[in-house]
Design a binder for this molecule. Structure first.
Ligand code: NAP
Length: 463
């Protein structure tokens, strides 16, 4: 006799949500609906992983297979708190998993931060990744740029600025983005850490890729001779120091560069400066003309403190890449201090008690740390709690039909077939530029592709 059928809702079709769907789909009797506010699945795989990191992006191909399963559906263009509420999902499913990631960025909190030319790396990444909500980013007049933070996001944006645009031609970046990068003539990129190279959070392969970008000349301050490299350092930090040391050595062995870098038509030489033990204290100008940095050291309590000694960099672009921040979902418990939905092994906690049938996975569970693959073990842990609880609680006897509810309001979410149509249109657009694929970034074009098959359309006001 077949067992009961369970229905699980996942909110967010990014890597953590799809890993959870993958684990759940291995269990017969579990049906999964994956909701997303966008008509495109994959979250940060599509809109966060750098366009030239094609091998990481291929994870999307593997994750896409989850939708081949007849028990897993993609339901796009559904905004949590707008088209559907927490109460409706909890009433409509035997389990609800929140997998919404971290959609905001941390701020520096220094004067001048809101001037034109001072932007979040998140906004910059969204732009070059062709996110439909991204603001266009002009690089006109930018010769010198700074990325604040020494994590992998800073490394990504620094590489995008430093890389010869021709080398990005084979990516799926929108043509407008590539055109802006081709027009830009950036000569200097600073990457700024408030602590030393030993404490930087970038990972070694990413750092190596940046430091070996063709045409890039690397310098590091304070110089290698002043770094502490002892047995107490972990393997990653030691490997990072080696990469930086090698890069500086290679760069100083190269012939002296021309006073002015070659124009974009030639092969631009970009000077990449790593500046450690400095923190931004002010931005000058609007638009930005300079970034004031204060030297830092570790204070008696182990925290970073300023020394009072400042210096100014002439820059026309400042990208803060100091970490992401999650935002609360309407009606769902949220720990403002930690920026996560409070949970125990993936079970949502409300007032310290388990909120039955609600779960969390990914950055909204553990904070914005870890690479794509980290989400796999994370999802496994959460799914185990879901399965244990389903077995203990059984299916709801009074399940509300959420899609019926939406249909009664005249609303029909977009589907995986709609996404396939977007994919085909992106392949066609790419082919017309001699590329494999080119992202469609305009909302109206995405919605047009979704609506084409559905007169009346599913699109709610606000999209
Ligand atoms: P991150 O790794 O946490 O790095 C943030 C950096 O900002 C740190 O260097 C931090 O310094 C610095 N910072 C924080 N607050 C600051 C302030 N007020 N002033 C100056 N500096 C400040 O975060 P992320 O780069 O946003 O990356 C998020 C996660 O995504 C990471 O796990 C990362 O590995 C992952 N990711 C991976 C890839 C990839 O695999 N290719 C690409 C992108 C992102 P302190 O250490 O001193 O706090």
């Amino acid at each position: 006799m077949p067992g009961p059928t369970y229905r699980v809702a996942i909110v967010g079709a990014g890597p953590s949500g799809l890993f959870a769907a993958q684990f759940l789909s291995a269990h017969p009797g579990v049906q999964v609906d994956v909701f997303d506010r966008l008509p495109t699945p994959y979250g940060l795989l599509r809109y966060g992983v750098a366009p030239d990191h094609t091998s990481i992006k291929s994870v999307a191909t593997a994750l896409a297979r989850v939708f081949d399963s007849p028990t897993v559906r993609f339901l796009g263009l559904v905004r949590f708190g707008h088209e559907v509420t927490r109460d409706e999902l909890v009433a409509g499913y035997d389990a609800v998993i929140y997998a919404v990631g971290a959609s905001e960025d941390l701020r520096l909190g220094v004067p001048g931060e809101d001037a034109a030319g001072s932007r979040s790396a998140r906004a910059f990444v969204a732009w070059y990744s062709g996110h439909p909500d991204a603001e266009p980013q002009s690089l006109q007049g930018v010769r010198q740029a700074a990325a604040v933070g020494v994590g992998n996001v800073a490394v990504d944006v620094a590489r995008m600025l430093a890389k010869e645009p021709l080398a990005l031609d084979s990516t799926d970046m929108p043509e407008e983005v590539l055109a802006e990068l081709r027009r830009a003539s950036i000569s200097d990129v600073w990457v700024i850490g408030r602590r030393g190279p030993q404490q930087a959070s970038f990972t070694t392969p990413e750092l190596r890729e940046l430091c070996t970008t063709p045409g890039v000349r690397v310098s590091v301050e304070p110089p290698c001779s002043e770094w502490v490299d002892d047995d107490l350092l972990d393997r990653r930090s030691r490997a990072n120091l080696t990469v930086l040391r090698d890069a500086v050595e290679r760069s100083s062995a190269e012939p002296a560069e021309p006073a002015e870098p070659a124009e974009p038509a030639g092969h631009p030489r970009v000077r990449l400066h790593f500046l450690f033990w400095r923190r931004p204290v002010e931005l000058h100008g609007d638009p930005v003309t300079g970034l004031v940095l204060e030297r830092t050291r570790i204070g008696p309590d182990g925290r970073v403190v300023g020394t009072g000694e400042t210096e100014r960099l002439d820059v026309q672009l400042v990208l803060r890449a100091i970490g992401y921040r999650a935002v609360a979902l309407p009606g769902v418990p949220f720990d403002e201090a930690l920026g996560v939905i409070p949970s125990a092994q993936g079970r949502v906690l409300q007032g310290g008690e388990v909120a039955p049938r609600e779960y969390v996975v990914g950055w909204i569970k553990r904070g914005p740390v870890g690479v794509i693959g980290t989400n796999k073990s994370d999802a496994k842990e959460t799914v185990q709690q879901v399965l244990d609880d389903l077995a203990a609680l059984g299916p709801r006897t009074d399940r509300v039909d959420v899609l019926g509810l939406l249909a009664d309001r005249g609303y029909h979410p977009s589907t995986f077939d709609d996404w396939r149509r977007i994919e085909t249109a992106e392949a066609n657009r790419g082919a017309s530029f001699g590329r494999e694929r080119m992202k469609i970034e305009a909302w109206h074009e995405l919605l047009d592709l979704v609506q084409r098959e559905r007169p009346g359309g599913p699109v709610p006001p606000g999209h």
